[in-house]
Every structure is written in structure tokens, then in C-alpha cells.
Design a protein around this ligand. Structure first.
Ligand code: HEM
Length: 410
């Protein structure tokens, strides 16, 4: 397959997708599970939309994450080797070796130990938000809570100084949703340079953070290469901040859109864990970000995908598949089927799943308790979204305090 074929391919990620990605996914799903489409840059991919096929695709050994199996189609970000040698680009033994090295720091037991640290951070950010709202001001929930919280939590785990966390996050956003090709390239250069500098500083003065542990595993035991070390830091700092930010923002928009379920949650906080799982299904930010390469011809949904071609497993489509979830476009905290693919499935299952769930739960819990009168501010064009084929989340989330707590307020 070459790029030339893409001129005849449909391009689903245009203005209709920007307006309502779920409607576009529905149309595709109704026609079949697998579609050869062009990404906005013209490169061809196979988009998988049925839940059963996305689920089995995530554990299919013939679908590799390693770019060495890719042909001429979409490969993902063009990264230097020092950022590319990470878990999400490695299969088999190399993936297992790196995952074992890093997994220790992210087990549910470790995250449990971090719980009070996370709760304190949530308290600080929500406290500032409450201060602004009670002073009669409008506040941006993304800037006040959704963005700084995960950045602080993952940044602290790596002992990244607070003032550098924000800068790093801007480069990650510049990479994931660039406004120009130059911004994309420059963001990647900046991230790389920053991480090389961070390694040098931490080598000179190690601490008891996760990064210092990885550096010791490299320098003392030779258990990973220098590129793998920098790439791991890149993946975890990036994945650990952006995804949680977008999930918290999407969760808040969803809850404010469903006032009855919101008041149920406020009255019965025991419903919160189930509500978080439903938010991960319904308001998950990653639309079609998961990419794989066929190592041999693979049949999915009755379509033969040639070796070397790129496959995108569309979680955003799978989560709204009516053959799996009855009335999938309804948000329902009482939904019986709480299983979803929001954190992946199989060997690449999200390393930060427990950390993500804890942050989302504590953030929503604090908003329910401390800001019962919060509502979306009425802004001229409504909530402004960033929507790419990879993800969808609000750019900012202007909120105010309602004169009196009423339906539609957190
Ligand atoms: C709500 C927030 C999050 C969401 C929705 C999310 C989603 C995902 C998904 C779908 C995957 C699988 C990707 C694939 O199979 O190609 C994944 C993997 C991963 N996530 Fe998360 N994630 C979140 C939070 C985090 C956090 C807080 C961390 C920080 C440690 C993290 C680190 C990772 C890593 C390192 C992988 C790769 C694991 C591997 O390849 O073995 N994620 N995540």
C-alpha cells in the first residue's frame, strides 16, 4: 500500500468528526467493522470500529506495536531514537524487561500509599477553585484542576521541579495537538533536550524518586539502554499527565450535562467507583489513538489487512457499539456492564491505571463535596473542544457558582 492510494480513500476525520466524532463512528460501524481511511495528513490506515474486534485486536499477537513491522502507512510520531524506545513501541522480551523495571512504582499498593499525597494536591487545587468561585469570579476548571493535578502527581513521582512541569506539559500538548508542523517538530526537539538535561541533573544528584531508580538500573546494572531510559521518562511523564487531564475534564462536562445522576452521586458517594468506570467508557478522551502494525496478513471483520499496514483500534467507536453496550450513547452510572477498554487490554494495559482511577475519583469526590453549586459558565460558543483523530477534550472549561445550588450544578 502506498500513499498514492489515499487520494481515493475516505477521510472521516474532517469537520463532521470535529463536530461529533461519535456520529461519524456510528456511520462507519453500521457499514462494517473495518474501513481503510486516510488520516488528515493523507496517510492510509485501517480503522477498526466494532467493540469485539477492537478488544481482540488489543491482544492479537499478529498486531505489533513495533514500527519495524510497518510498511509505508502511518507510523505515529516521527521521534528520535531517544524518545521512541518506549513500552508503546516494543513487543515481546524488550517490552517485558522494561515493563518489569518500571511497574513496581505503579502497583495498586504503591498508589494506595500515594493516596493521601494525591488527596492533599486535590484539596489545594479545589480550594483555589472554590476561592475564585466564591469571590464571584469565573474560573477555568482545566487550568485550576484538570491540568495541574496529574502534572503535579506524575512530576512529583519523577521529582521534576514544579516550574518545569508546566513547560514540559506545554511541549507535550504542542506535540499531541500541534497548530503547525513547525510546532510539532519544535515540541519534540524541546522535549528531547529537556529530558537529556533532566537525566544529567539527576545523575549528578540522585534522590529516592522513580527516575533516580531507573538511572541506577541503567548505570549500575545495565538493565536498559540510555535511549530506553529517556524514552520511558518521556512516555510516563506524557501519558501520565495528558490522559488524566482530558479524562477529568470530559468527566466534569458529562456530569454537568446529567444533573439527575449528579445529585444521585452527591447523595450516595458509594456510587462513585461505578460512575468513574462509566465515565471511562462514555467520556473517554482517546478516540482512535491506539495503533498497531500487521506482521502478517490478518483478517478482521471479514477484511484482509495486508502485512505491514497500520491498524487503528478506535476505542471511541468501540465504547459506543450497541452490540456490546445497550443504548451506548446514554451515560448511565447504573450500567451493569462496567467493563471497558479505556485503559487498554492485554500486555500493554495502562501502567498508570490505578494512579489514573485514584486521581479521577478523588477529584470528582472533592468537587461533589466542596463545590455543590458549580455550573458551566454561559460562554458565547459553548465549550471549545480540541478534537483530533487521537483525542477529544475541552480546551478550557469556564465554570461559575450558581446563585443557589440547583439542577445542573456539581
Ligand atoms: C485516564 C487516564 C489514562 C488513560 C485513559 C490511559 C489510557 C491508556 C491506554 C488505552 C493504554 C494502552 C495503549 C495501547 O495498547 O496501545 C495505556 C498504556 C499506558 N499508559 Fe495509560 N492512561 C491513563 C493514565 C496513565 C497514567 C497516569 C500513566 C502514568 C504512569 C500512564 C502510563 C501508561 C503507560 C506507560 C502505558 C504503556 C504500557 C505498556 O505498553 O506496557 N497512563 N494507557
Amino acid at each position: 500500500m502506498t500513499h498514492d492510494t489515499s487520494t481515493s480513500l475516505s477521510q472521516p476525520f474532517g469537520p463532521d468528526f470535529q463536530a461529533d466524532p461519535y456520529a461519524v463512528f456510528r456511520q462507519l460501524r453500521e457499514k462494517g467493522s473495518v474501513h481503510q481511511v486516510a488520516l488528515p495528513d493523507g496517510s492510509p490506515v485501517w480503522l477498526v470500529t466494532h467493540e469485539a474486534d477492537v478488544r481482540s485486536g488489543l491482544t492479537d499477537p499478529r498486531l505489533s506495536v513495533d514500527k519495524k513491522h510497518s510498511g509505508t502507512g502511518f507510523k505515529g510520531f516521527a521521534l528520535p531514537p531517544a524518545l521512541d524506545a518506549n513500552l508503546l513501541n516494543l513487543d515481546g522480551g524488550d517490552h517485558l524487561r522494561l515493563r518489569r523495571l518500571i511497574a513496581r512504582g505503579f502497583t495498586p499498593r504503591h498508589v494506595d500509599a500515594l493516596r493521601s499525597h494525591i488527596a492533599r494536591a486535590v484539596d489545594t487545587f479545589v480550594g483555589r477553585l472554590v476561592g475564585r468561585l466564591e469571590a464571584g469570579q469565573q474560573a477555568d476548571l482545566v487550568a485550576e484542576l484538570a491540568r495541574p493535578l496529574p502534572l503535579k502527581i506524575i512530576g512529583d513521582l519523577f521529582a521534576v521541579p514544579a516550574q518545569e512541569q508546566e513547560q514540559f506539559s506545554e511541549w507535550i500538548s504542542g506535540m499531541l495537538a500541534p497548530t503547525s508542523k513547525e510546532q510539532l517538530v519544535q515540541s519534540i526537539v524541546n522535549i528531547h533536550q529537556y529530558l537529556v538535561g533532566l537525566m544529567a541533573t539527576r545523575r549528578a544528584s540522585p534522590g529516592d524518586d522513580i527516575l533516580s531508580g531507573l538511572i541506577a538500573a541503567r548505570d549500575e546494572d545495565d538493565r536498559l539502554t540510555e535511549d530506553e531510559l529517556v524514552s520511558l521518562a518521556f512516555l510516563i511523564l506524557g501519558a501520565g499527565s495528558e490522559n488524566v487531564q482530558h479524562q477529568i475534564s470530559n468527566a466534569v462536562v458529562t456530569l454537568l450535562d446529567h444533573p439527575l445522576q449528579l445529585s444521585e452521586l452527591r447523595e450516595d458517594p458509594e456510587l462513585l467507583p461505578a460512575a468513574v468506570e462509566e465515565l471511562l467508557r462514555y467520556a473517554h478522551p482517546n478516540l482512535s489513538a491506539i495503533r498497531r502494525f500487521a506482521t502478517e496478513p490478518v483478517d478482521i471483520g471479514g477484511i484482509r489487512i495486508p502485512a505491514g499496514d497500520t491498524v487503528l483500534l478506535a476505542l471511541g467507536a468501540a465504547h459506543r457499539d450497541p452490540t456490546r453496550y445497550p443504548q451506548p450513547d446514554q451515560f448511565d452510572i447504573h450500567r451493569v456492564d462496567k467493563d471497558h477498554l479505556a485503559l487498554g487490554h492485554g500486555l500493554h494495559y495502562c501502567l498508570g491505571a490505578a494512579l489514573a482511577r485514584t486521581q479521577i475519583t478523588l477529584a470528582i469526590d472533592a468537587l461533589l463535596r466542596r463545590v455543590p453549586g458549580m455550573q458551566l459558565a454561559s460562554v458565547p460558543d459553548g465549550v471549545r473542544w480540541t478534537t483530533t483523530f487521537r483525542f477529544r477534550a475541552p480546551r478550557e472549561l469556564p465554570v461559575v457558582l450558581a446563585p443557589a445550588a440547583s439542577a445542573g450544578t456539581v
